[in-house]
Ligand binder design. Sequence first.
Ligand code: C2E
Ligand code: CA
Ligand code: CA
Length: 380
Amino acid sequence: MTSLTFKSLNERYGRQNCDQLLQDLAVRLVDLLPDYVVGGRIGADTFAFLIVHQPDHRWVSVLANISKGLLGTSLSVKFGVVENVDHHLAVSLTCDHAIMALERIKKAFGVDVVWYNDKLRERQHIENMILESMETALEEHQFTVYYQPKHDLRNDRTGGAEALVRWIHPTLGFISPGDFIPIFERSGFITKLDLYVCEEACKQLKRCEELGLPMVPISFNASQLDFDDEEFAHKIAALTDTYGIERSLLHVEVTETACAENPEHVIDLLTDLREHGFHVELDDFGSGYSSLASLNMLPLDVMKLDMSIIRQASELDDFRIVQSAIQMAQFLNLGTVAEGVETQDEMLKLKELGRGKIQGYYYSRPIMREDFEAYLAKEA
Ligand code: C2E
Ligand code: CA
Ligand code: CA
């Protein structure tokens, strides 16, 4: 059991109130689970209870409501449940499994109970394999960078590309970035991978120049953790210098979520990037909790409209939201890229709406280096 950052609760409500809160919670738990065997605190704000098996799962929904009414509405108590405990395993390992399950819902608003099950066990196994092999994978160049063209509607030519990483694992085979990026983010390895992809993008720009291909900017994805590195802008500047790349040709894609936690710090970092000559693109705008404030507040060059917005507009045959977003970006002097454009209809609608750039399967999927070069060569 854990309450979200108990430290911040202590600061907000005072230690005494929070001690009382723990006691109230304990009383509720004892009422709810009269035959629990043993319980206690196992770490910072994490508590563990060993409970006699309850064949009836109704108690779980009661558990989920256990903090209701205590200390305001902001309190969220989350539970990781391990059933059919393996009695040959050390108790600490069973606790680890519950915590592992908890990790999955830590940031999920409104989800308070999670079960450790076979699916999670299997996921954990794969996650361990990924964690064990990622360093070697980087050394052995198992990561490949694909490029997805961004089409410029103003002149009907390619106006850029996004570098997207691919991993062909020697035993697991192709692993989708959606599966390994979150693991790398949790482990911190993502910062190494992002720099690797950035370097590959620089090499690609150099190759385009050497091959006499049209020079279009290439963007790479930065993660929240990259922002913890004060030297980030300096490091990528060193890479562009090594390959002799004009810095405005390298774009950095950042997401709003990455900016949410510490906006002042992110503003400083993005300013630093732009002062170095790099362009900044705000990725996935319109997904999740987007805020108009961030568009205005963050030092940006481009707004990338999330594909969910395009999909929805297409389904409803109503592009007014897309139109407003594009108009707003234009008002703020930002370039626009609409992501996930899959059909001619969508392309034509976007063409009507402001002639920004579009990226999506309609023009091209992400393609390997050689294919990207051939793609550009057609326009040379
Ligand atoms: P993203 O940055 O939003 O990248 C766009 C994703 O949408 C890509 O998936 C791309 O293949 C997909 N896509 C593009 N056009 C279309 C379309 O028309 N229809 C549909 N259905 N999908 C389209 P991908 O390559 O699987 O990447 C998924 C996510 O993984 C990326 O989302 C990004 O968040 C992350 N990612 C990929 N490479 C890197 C990287 O080098 N570093 C970091 N930090 N994240 C990366
Ligand atoms: Ca992106
Ligand atoms: Ca995106």
